[in-house]
Design a protein around this ligand. Structure first.
Ligand code: GLN
Length: 480
């Protein structure tokens, strides 16, 4: 048996039943990482730490101790998440030597559940990008076609799961950074409700939008990982105190009687015909499974992209002010005074896209422009949010494409920021509204490139998303 072909749900059982050891799984992942290192999915691999921990887990199992729901399973985390005594670089030259003094809450939760963290994944610098080409450590390649991008900014996390270097990964999603790469690499990616998962110890990009979520091979694995990650946190005031649902309880209940909303604004002429065909087939499958298909109207959703790039850049400009070469970041060597030190450190440390966002953010926040841009964007955000809330009065989930096209070629959009931003057109409305959304594979184009479908639900309704997504995944897998 090739263990790397299995999912988390399967391997965790095999580990528990002592049919395979955690040490063996870690070794297999390390071998696979070595064989596929050209993908450049990982910034750092923790072979020694991971093997030592796997051994500890195996020993506990031998003694009959409980090792947690992810006991012994190799997992990768995005390189903007702190793990004590390891580097958190955000794929930036600026933070290339930064060592985390503590664990992020999500890391602690993974460890408490028995996971073995084996590596940190490459990403777009400070999570800004849609192709993973903005990394100071070089781009990640799409594992299905090496001439294409894996998506971004969690491109390394999606790639490492798709390339079977690990069984699951953590990403972050501010405007689509989990769902877009999941779609491009053919894996499952979930952006939870804003506030469902703690961000303590996760480097902030746009604090009113950022969420951590899992990238996995199956919907059930996604539900399992979210159960581990969710919940309130005394270190993060924005983490909701709402009790966490049992995401696995109703996952096999099917879609009979559920209403699936189709927003016409997402099915426009920008959609690649093969993507359109896949989505149409998916809607048909849901009909056959007994769901009711209804039309929903999200009139203002077209404005979400502009709203997103104003709000996210404004918050990024503020959040990134802390990287000054004094408290954080690599300090420039020669400088005249304090201002010059800031200036030179930031000029040398940040990449082009990050600088663009800081300039954009400071512009929209500057006096004279604040009302015209930032304030207006916050008002339109409320409008978009209320349209989603209204739409969910007519349906249980909303179905839409994740991206308008399949993965594009490396270098194809990297010199045209606006066309890169347009990649996020279908993913950003979800962050603007704060709702949860999953991207699952729903087909392939004629070149074998994966196509992704989003399923969105009301705030804190992840359980419904998993149920609807699982119904599709199970039928299409059986049908293969
Ligand atoms: N592609 C979007 C951006 O560049 C989203 C990034 C993200 O979700 N972190 O801002």
């Amino acid at each position: 048996m090739n263990y790397l072909d299995l999912d988390i749900t399967q391997v965790r059982q095999l580990i528990k039943d002592k049919k395979v050891s955690s040490v063996q799984l870690v070794k297999e992942c390390l071998n696979r990482i070595e064989q596929t290192k050209d993908l450049n999915a990982l910034n750092e691999v923790y072979a020694d730490i991971a093997l030592k921990r796997a051994k500890e887990i195996d020993n506990k199992i031998a003694l009959g101790e409980d090792v947690g729901v992810l006991g012994g399973v190799p997992i990768v985390i995005k390189d903007n998440i702190n793990m004590v005594d390891t580097k958190t670089t955000c794929s930036s030259k600026f933070l290339q030597n930064y060592v985390s003094p503590y664990n992020a809450t999500v890391v602690q939760k993974l460890l408490d559940a028995g996971a073995v963290i084996i590596a940190k994944a490459n990403m777009d610098e400070f999570a800004m990008g849609s192709s993973n080409e903005n990394s100071a450590f070089g781009p990640v390649k799409n594992p299905i076609d090496n001439t294409c991008v894996p998506g971004g900014s969690s491109g390394g996390s999606a790639c490492t799961v798709a390339a079977k270097q690990c069984f699951g990964a953590l990403g972050t999603d501010t405007g689509g950074s989990i769902r877009e790469p999941a779609s491009f690499c053919g894996v499952v990616g979930l952006k939870p409700t804003y506030g469902r998962v703690s961000r303590f110890g996760v480097v902030a990009f746009a604090s009113s939008l950022d969420q951590v979520g899992p990238l996995t091979r199956t919907v059930e694995d996604s539900a399992l990982m979210l159960s581990v990650l969710s919940g309130q946190d005394k270190h993060d005031m924005t983490a909701s105190t709402k009790p966490v649902d049992d995401y696995l309880k109703d996952i096999d209940k099917g879609v009979k009687g559920l209403k699936i909303g189709i927003p016409k604004q997402f099915f426009n002429n920008k959609l690649d015909p093969q993507v359109m065909q896949s989505l149409t087939n998916a809607i048909q499958t849901y009909k056959q499974l007994g769901a009711e298909i209804v039309d929903v109207d999200l009139k203002s959703v077209d404005t979400a992209l502009s709203v997103y790039y104003i709000i996210s850049s404004a918050e990024a400009a503020s959040n990134l002010a802390r990287f000054d070469g004094v408290k954080y970041g690599v300090r420039a060597k020669n400088y005249e005074d304090l201002v010059d030190l800031y200036y030179k450190s930031r000029t040398q440390g940040f990449g082009k896209e990050v600088k663009r966002r800081i300039m954009l953010g400071n512009y929209v926040l500057s006096s004279g422009y604040f009302d015209a841009y930032y304030n207006k964007a916050k008002k339109v955000q409320q409008l978009i949010k209320s349209e989603f809330i209204n739409a969910f009065k007519q349906c249980d989930v909303i179905l839409a494409p994740t991206t308008a096209t399949v993965a594009f070629k490396l270098g194809e959009k990297s010199h045209d920021p606006v066309s890169m931003y347009l990649t996020d057109i279908f993913t950003v409305p979800v962050n603007i509204a704060g709702i949860p959304s999953i991207s699952i594979p729903c087909g392939k184009n004629d070149k074998g490139m994966p196509i992704g479908m989003q399923l969105m639900a009301k705030h804190f309704n992840e359980a419904t998303i998993f149920r609807v997504a699982n119904a599709f995944e199970k039928t299409t897998k059986e049908g293969k």
